[in-house]
Write a protein that binds this ligand. Structure first.
Ligand code: ARG
Length: 492
């Protein structure tokens, strides 16, 4: 009981921490640069699915986000005299994360379009680029211009500039996905016929895959559509100025060329890894660390969510059975609301909302969201279990002189637990699988790592298969474990 209480109090403290944290949302400018220098760290948001701008590579035996943008970020952090911290988030969550203060700046090969300028500020352009079309190599004779793609199925990264450019293709059927690896797979498997992609990125991919062909698209580009720039929250001019100084130094020294060359070397390494004769073997041995780390984080999230969910769920269930004023409606409202809204939104809400107040690490935000969510389901399971115990049991224990609490603890709850065991097991298995939703805020769990492996191995399907097996191994062992305990509860 004590342990449960401590767990619950910790959870409460974590939650109230949200409200007590100092509100930095109004930090006025002038302090932006100062704030970062005081903190001693620059938090850069990126979406590491975009070679040669940003992608994963193994450097000195360690997996890191590398690429031209990262080298630029390093230079900026150096000039500011602070540490650099990279946060890898999905491309379409980058600007929300910036505005919610989860990150200080966004460097992601991002184009400073007029639309984006309405909500964020941009640095000077640090890289001029071109916009490509990517098609299957076998189609290269047929599809060689915008007009030739009339009426075809076109893939783009959601929230990207390319999403808008694709509309220049007459009658195109546009398919937007968050993940570039998924789009490339869709192209290879004939689900789409072409993709719009930033030039260097498209070339990087076509260079690694003979089944793909890319060429510069004949798009109508606005002035702003051709370059990449760094995004800032509006009004942080002191920071923008400082960053622009670094950028102009990089331009003067022509460093981007050098950076791109280094990025090319990292990509070549990724390619070498892939060239084992037996793909399966070399695939697992090259990437097993990603799967291992992802599995560990998935287990951590699930175990925490089961624990906190049980604590919260028991409490809510008791609240729902109580007759005290307001207690029951409060619990009911919580349960209904949480069950009635998607976990995906809850995860994003807690992550971004916490960013506005103080910086909750993505992993913590993810654990809180999954626990709060699961608590609602567990509450209903427990309530059902308690109700399923015959009222005669309570009456009998009370007539033996037990208090209400004792009756609940020694007589009703143990019987309830036996009844609800299968349903609880179901919920735990769901948690293991559903926890993958926290990958949207950049938590490195199993699905997230799978995405990383897919983008660096240039393999679309094999990583998915490996991940499926890992999930199955996890849930199946859990089932076995639960069955074992169920058996040991059977006394009658
Ligand atoms: N330049 C394009 C845009 O701003 C695509 C950038 C995608 N970047 C990435 N890291 N995935 O929309």
């Amino acid at each position: 009981m004590k342990k449960r209480l401590i767990g619950f109090i910790t959870l409460l403290l974590m939650l109230t921490g949200l409200g007590l944290a100092p509100d930095q949302a109004n930090a006025e400018d002038g302090s932006a640069l100062q704030r970062i220098q005081d903190a001693g760290v620059l938090v850069v948001g990126t979406s590491a699915d975009f070679p040669p701008f940003e992608f994963y590579a193994v450097v000195d035996g360690e997996r890191r986000v590398v690429g031209m943008d990262i080298m630029i970020a390093e230079q900026i952090a150096d000039d500011l005299g602070v540490e650099l911290q990279i946060q890898d988030i999905g491309f379409d969550s980058l600007l929300p994360a910036l505005e919610a203060r989860n990150v200080d700046v966004v460097i992601a090969g991002m184009t400073p379009t007029a639309e984006r300028r309405r909500s964020v500020d941009f640095s000077d352009i640090y890289f001029e680029t071109f916009q490509n079309l990517m098609v299957r190599a076998e189609d290269q004779e047929v599809f060689d211009s915008i007009e030739s793609l009339r009426g075809q199925r076109i893939g783009v990264q959601s929230g990207s500039l390319q999403e808008g450019l694709a509309e220049q293709i007459p009658d195109a059927e546009i398919m937007s996905l968050t993940d570039l690896s998924d789009l490339l797979l869709a192209l290879r498997t004939n689900r789409i016929d072409a993709m719009v992609m930033q030039g260097p990125n498209a070339e990087a991919h076509a260079g690694h895959d003979d089944s793909l062909h890319t060429f510069v698209g004949d798009f109508d580009l606005e002035d702003d559509d051709a370059g990449s720039a760094i995004a800032f929250r509006q009004g942080e001019d002191s920071l923008v100025e400082a960053v622009n100084e670094t950028l102009s130094y990089i331009a003067e020294e022509n460093l981007t060329e050098e950076f791109l060359a280094v990025a090319g070397e990292y990509m070549a390494q990724a390619e070498l890894d892939e060239e084992g004769e037996e793909i399966e073997e070399s695939f697992i041995s090259s990437y097993w660390e990603y799967f291992r780390d992802g599995t560990l984080i998935t287990l951590l999230i699930s175990a925490s969510a089961v624990f906190f969910g049980l604590v919260l769920g028991s409490l809510l269930a008791l609240m729902r059975l109580s007759n005290k004023f307001l207690i029951r409606p409060l619990a009911t409202a919580y349960i209904e609301f949480v069950r009635g809204t998607p976990l995906l939104i809850q995860v994003m809400f807690i992550y971004f909302a916490s960013g506005m107040l103080f910086n909750l690490p993505a992993l913590t935000a993810g654990i809180i969201a999954v626990s709060l969510n699961s608590g609602a389901y567990i509450a209903e399971i427990i309530r059902g279990g308690i109700n399923s115990v015959n009222t005669g049991q309570e009456e009998a224990s009370r007539s033996l002189g037990m208090s209400k609490k004792q009756a609940m603890r020694y007589i009703i709850f143990p019987q309830a637990l036996k009844n609800i065991w299968p349903a609880l097991g179901n919920e735990f298995i769901t948690i293991i699988k559903e926890s993958s939703i926290v990958s949207v805020i950049g938590v490195g769990e199993l699905i997230f790592q799978t995405r990383v492996v897919r983008s660096i191995s240039f393999q679309g399907i094999l990583p998915l298969f490996v991940t499926m097996l890992i999930y199955f191994a996890l849930t199946f062992s859990l089932t076995k474990l639960l069955n074992y305990y169920e058996g040991s509860m059977n006394h009658d």
